[in-house]
Structures are given as C-alpha cells and as structure tokens.
Design a protein around this ligand. Sequence first.
Ligand SMILES: [Fe+2]
Length: 244
Amino acid sequence: MMLIDSGIFNLLILLLILLMIWLICMINHFLIERRRAVKILEMLIGIIEAGNPNLDGHSLHVHNLCMLMYEFLPYPCKLTIRPGDLHYASLLLDVGKLGIPSDILQKSGKLGNSEWEIVRKHPELALDILKGVPGMERIYSYILYHHERIDGKGYHQLTGDQIPLGARIIAIADTYSAITMNRSYKAYLSYVEAVAELKTVAGSQLDAKLVKAFCNIPMNKVDACLDDVRAKMERFYEDRKGAE
Ligand SMILES: [Fe+2]
C-alpha cells in the first residue's frame, strides 16, 4: 500500500483548512449582506407605513411572524423553503398598496365593491413594482398568492397545495396580524381570541397543518413580534415627523 508523503499530507490539511476558512468568510459575508438588505427594507417599509393608520407596521409584523413560524416549521416542510425568500416576500407582501389611492386605503368605513376590486389588485401591482429587481422572481408566487384560500375562494382561486408554501405561511401571519392590530374600522383582539379565529378558518381559509404549527408557538414569542414592531414604529413616526 502506498503511503502519502507526510509533507504532501500536511500541505493537503493546510489547503483544507484554508478552504474552510474561505467558506466560512463567504457564508458570513452573505449573511451580513442579507441582514443589511432586510434591515434597510424594514426601515423603508416602516417609514412608508407610519403615514397610514390602517397599515401602521403591518408588514413588519407579518415579517416577524413569518420568520418566527419558519423557526417552528416541522421537518421536512422547513427544508422546502428558503428563509431569505420568506424575509423579502413577507416584508414586500403589500408593497403593491403604494399603487392604490390613499382615500381607499385609509377609508374608515366599509369599502364598496368597486373599491374592493381596486384593493384586490395589490398583489399584481407589487409584481409590477418588483419587476427588474434581480433575484425577486423566486418570491413572485409568494406575493401574488398571499390572498389565496385553501378552499379555492381566494383572489386567484388556487386550492390546497397549489398555493406555494411561502404564500400559505404569509397568509397565516397576515390574518393573525390583521386581527391583533388596531385599525380605523375595528379594535384589536388578543392572542387568545386571534388563535381561536385562526382555528375556526383552518382548513377552509388557511392551511390547517400550518395553523396547528403556529398555535404551538409559545404565546410570549408571538406577542414579542408585535412589541418589536411597536417599538420600531415609534421610532419611524419620530423620523417622519422630523422630516416634515
Ligand atoms: Fe395583501
């Protein structure tokens, strides 16, 4: 049996160590870059929403809830979704509302049919806005289908697993956030009341397995998502006031 010369062996080990250091540096660099991009996006979305009493941190809340859900996703479901895609899609889910007249978005009463038709276009409008941003194609379907329902009665009538996993996760976070945040047309409900509502629509509006996974997350972690948003929004309101 031929033995490798100890000099060559040491050289190979050294090369392997250098390769590992390079890989760790690359991964670290990628993670720092992504964290920076997510923080910038969060800040911009937060400042935009600070001017609208009916959004008021909603996208930031959906983002926090989605990333929390990702942490608690069961395997192998977790392996089928990239956390980076979920970061961007959950922050940008309602960016299409920038294209909707503010008198509709900020209306305190019920929307009429024609107004609803306009609001329902916001997923398509979001895709128009994101068109041309490299790498965003992967999250188009998450944004486009975040208002689908499991029973097929959503915006595009997709059913069950036809709806991408990312869109099904966002739909739960979006629904929970809408229930637990204050709006000009309704008061907020507590965690317990919101979870009861989610369970009621599990299997018809929302993915039942994902609702179950969401309900298994400790309440303090779910509540912390909103506390974080409130603290950030206070800062964004100050920034906005300072700029006016
Ligand atoms: Fe939406």
